[in-house]
Design a protein around this ligand. Sequence first.
Ligand SMILES: [Zn+2]
Length: 144
Amino acid sequence: MKTLYDLMLAAAKHLTGIDVELQFSEKKSLRAAGCVRVNPAGRVVIDLASDYAPAASEDDLRVFLHEVAHAKLHAKGFGRSDTDRAPIWDKPKSKQQAGRRLLMESQADTLAHAWNNWAAKRAPEPWQNGRSVFENRLTALLRY
Ligand SMILES: [Zn+2]
């Protein structure tokens, strides 16, 4: 049987169309539930906080889809990082940079919402098959 990790990775690859990697990193360095970067080999990596444990909730799904959306929409513009670890979060260095980040956040939210809504219309409910919202909707998104 497939693990939840396998399902998340398959959905992330399908939704982004990119051969992404999925890693769990120290929350201390991320300062958020997740982040997206390009590793030294040039592969897009979605880092999720090590205490991020997708269980059941729609919120968990939104967090994950938000990061997947960043990978799809924004990773092309990222330079390669020089380490394999998640970057330390840094404050925006200018108003323009802060504005760009806000824009990227809202773009990722919009796409994550669209995916979630699409899946909500097609996935079975937990009471129908005993699986979580997270698992059911992510499975549905493999056909997006
Ligand atoms: Zn974000």
